[in-house]
Structures are given as structure tokens and as C-alpha cells.
Design a protein around this ligand. Structure first.
Ligand code: SF4
Length: 400
């Protein structure tokens, strides 16, 4: 897998038809008028960045429409945004252009339209192939619609297809997880993302667990499910290239790689995060405030900071460690910070990290503690000039 950094555009569509019980993302329930207004703001935001050209003359290698559920917007609306993005930024020949889609929010016609508009990759939020498991987490849609829309996407000309899956769902057993994996593999996607269910603050799932209506996810069972996924997907020809991501040869997601290899990305839309030339900044997580700001011709950035060299080294290291092949300390810049390198050596002694040639990577055991490793490495910068920790190191929990 290439370790080259690059540049990408992320467009956050903040609408869904309803909120799944486990979801803590910023989003709004879709209404046609709100979507029209958002579209207008988004095009203004693109125009403003077009005047700044934050990437200079370098072309983009990836454009990613995420959310929320981008396909709550109509395919003509999405085509309009993509066309405006193309007019604003240069795209590399063969750039990866992904759209996340809920299988229940697309049709054969809309997928054909999206393909013709230039999208090259679809990422469906399948989550499970068991209807009861979907129902228990308030997830709209059905396994049947996943099967139908994967077929429809192929007929529309998409050859690069991702499916998101979740494990550790309420009532899910090792057998039902194995059955979901078998059915998903039979659909022959090029890429799979498998996420453990996590209980986020303020979600309906958390409330149901507190009331005793749903059990807390069983970590031991989730670990077994993770092992089963790795084993059965490897036998099916997938490579695990990151903690949660598997691909067929040549189909690693370029959008994901940008995040894990220190690439630059510009995020548009409410709550979208950006990282460009060592500066991290994020948009306001409020659609109304986002629209108001853009109506007055002002970018809706609510927080911005220039990373110190220590921050940059730590971020490169933490994200690079998520990759199965790991990363060299040299390319992260971590060698200049004794706190970081000391902590890396300590974690190697604890069988959380290991050296493979020049590279450092998580051990099988360490993969279970990737988020704790991130926090530990950040803490080792205590005596260096650095900013507070960023973001969610997992980049995205689940999509659709
Ligand atoms: S998990 Fe996806 S579909 Fe469900 S509410 Fe969150 S963003 Fe929307």
C-alpha cells in the first residue's frame, strides 16, 4: 500500500431520514427546503475556497461525499455539487470519487445518474444482513435492499464498492455474524469496513442500556467477532490494511489513506474537519449557523489551530499505527521527541507495539487498544509545546 500523502476534498451532507440508535454524529432530519438551502450554502463555500485555492496548484486524488446520508440529496443535486467541485479544484486523472449511500435511499436510476455524473465508488451502509439486528438498533432498511442496490450499482457501472458492517450489535451472535459475513462476501465487494458497536454519549442506545432494555456490548464477544472477520475475509481474498478496513488487491480507499498517511484534506459542510498545511480547522456543527455564515460570504470555520511539530509527529504516528504495516518513526518526525520515542519503546516492551524492520506497528493484542495507545502517546508530549488532542483518532466510526 502506498505511503504517499496527497490531497482530498470531503463534503459532509448533514441529513438522514431518521437517527439510528447508536449514532452520535451531528445531523438533521432531511427536509426538502433545508436541503435546498444547504446546497446553496455548500456551493458558496466551494466558491470561497476556489478564491483561496488552499491546495495551491496540486490536483486532488480523492473526493468523498459523507454524512449523514449524502443520498438524501437527489442525484441531480449531488451531480451539481460534484460538478462545482471539479470547476473549483483540479482533480487527478482517475481520482477516487466516493459517495456514501444508504441502500434504502437510492434506486437503479439514481445510481446510474451518479455514475454518469462522475462518481467512481459507492460505499453502502449495510451494517448487518440480519433484519432483527437492524431493527434492534433502529436502523432503517433491509438486507434485501442491500443485495438489490449492490446489484443495481454494478449495473450502473460501479466497479469499486464498499460495504460497512457492524459487530457486537444487540442480540447478535457469533453465528449470525458469520452468516452476515458470508452473505456480504457473496456480494463480491471490493472493500469492507467492519466496526465494533460503541456506545456513544447521548444516544438512544446508551439510554436503552441505562434502562436495562439492551445489554452493554460484550467486549470478549466483539473480539471473537473481529477475529472471525479477519480470518474469513482473509480466506475470501481480502487484505486487512487498517484496523477496521479490508480490501481486495488494489482497492484500498484513497480517502482513508489520506487520513492515515498525513495527507491534506479540506472538509466542507457543517461539522466537517480539515487539515491543510499543518493547520487543523473545523466547521460549525450547526446547519443554521453554517447557512447564516455563508449568506454573509464568511467561511463557517469555528475552530482553527496550527499544529506544532510535536503535534504533527504524534498525529502521523497515531494514524500510521492504525495501518497493518505500521509506519517508520523517521517519516512521522517522532525521532525529534524523546518523550514519544521513549513511550514507543515502552509500548514495545508491553507487547502493544512491535518493530518490523524499520516500521513500528500495533501487535495483534495492541490492535484492541488502539485508542488507548493514541491517548498514551499524546500524554507523552506533556513537556513539549503542543496543542490539545485532536479529533477522533478513528477518523470515522461508521458511515452511510
Ligand atoms: S448511522 Fe448513518 S444513517 Fe444512521 S443516523 Fe448516523 S449517519 Fe444517519
Amino acid at each position: 500500500m502506498p505511503q504517499a500523502t496527497g490531497r482530498g476534498l470531503y463534503i459532509h451532507v448533514p441529513f438522514c431520514q431518521q437517527r439510528c440508535h447508536f449514532c452520535a454524529f451531528y445531523l438533521e432530519i432531511h427536509h426538502a427546503r433545508a436541503a435546498e438551502e444547504f446546497l446553496h450554502s455548500l456551493l458558496t463555500e466551494l466558491r470561497l475556497y476556489g478564491e483561496q485555492q488552499p491546495f495551491g496548484p496540486e490536483p486532488l486524488e480523492s473526493v468523498y461525499f459523507g454524512g449523514g446520508t449524502p443520498t438524501t440529496l437527489s442525484s441531480p443535486q449531488l451531480a451539481t455539487v460534484l460538478s462545482a467541485a471539479r470547476e473549483t479544484f483540479d482533480l487527478q486523472a482517475g481520482a477516487e470519487i466516493t459517495i456514501e449511500a444508504h441502500p434504502g435511499s437510492v434506486t437503479q436510476d439514481s445510481l446510474s445518474h451518479l455514475r454518469k455524473a462522475g462518481f467512481t465508488r459507492v460505499s453502502f451502509g449495510a451494517e448487518s444482513m440480519n433484519q432483527l439486528e437492524l431493527d434492534r438498533v433502529g436502523r432503517p432498511g433491509s438486507p434485501m435492499s442491500t443485495v438489490q442496490m449492490v446489484t443495481a450499482a454494478r449495473q450502473a457501472g460501479f466497479t469499486d464498492l464498499n460495504l460497512d458492517l457492524m459487530y457486537g450489535l444487540p442480540g447478535q451472535t457469533i453465528e449470525s455474524w458469520a452468516a452476515s459475513l458470508r452473505q456480504i462476501v457473496a456480494l463480491a465487494p471490493t472493500h469492507l469496513s467492519c466496526y465494533a458497536l460503541t456506545v456513544e454519549e447521548g444516544t438512544a442506545l446508551q439510554a436503552a442500556i441505562r434502562r436495562g432494555m439492551v445489554p452493554t456490548p460484550d467486549e470478549t464477544l466483539q473480539n471473537e467477532m473481529e477475529d472471525l472477520a479477519e480470518d474469513s475475509l482473509r480466506r475470501a481474498g481480502f487484505t486487512r490494511y487498517e484496523i477496521s478496513n479490508y480490501c481486495r488487491p488494489g482497492f484500498a480507499s484513497r480517502h482513508n489513506q489520506l487520513h492515515w498517511t498525513g495527507g491534506d484534506y479540506l472538509g466542507l459542510g457543517p461539522s466537517a474537519q480539515s487539515y491543510v498545511a499543518g493547520r487543523r480547522f473545523g466547521n460549525v456543527s450547526d446547519l443554521r449557523a453554517y447557512n447564516t455564515s455563508l449568506r454573509t460570504g464568511t467561511l463557517p470555520v469555528s475552530a482553527s489551530e496550527q499544529l506544532t511539530p510535536a503535534d504533527e509527529a504524534c498525529e502521523r504516528l497515531v494514524f500510521g499505527l492504525r495501518l497493518t504495516e505500521g509506519i517508520t518513526l523517521k517519516e512521522t518526525g517522532a525521532l525529534a521527541f524523546s518523550g514519544l520515542t521513549g513511550k514507543v519503546n515502552e509500548l514495545i516492551g508491553d507487547d502493544i507495539l512491535e518493530r518490523k524492520g524499520e516500521r513500528v506497528r500495533l501487535t495483534t493484542r495492541g490492535r484492541r487498544y488502539a485508542d488507548t495507545v493514541a491517548v498514551t502517546l499524546l500524554a507523552s508530549l506533556e513537556h513539549e509545546p503542543h496543542s490539545p488532542p485532536p479529533i477522533d483518532f478513528r477518523t470515522r466510526q461508521r458511515g452511510d
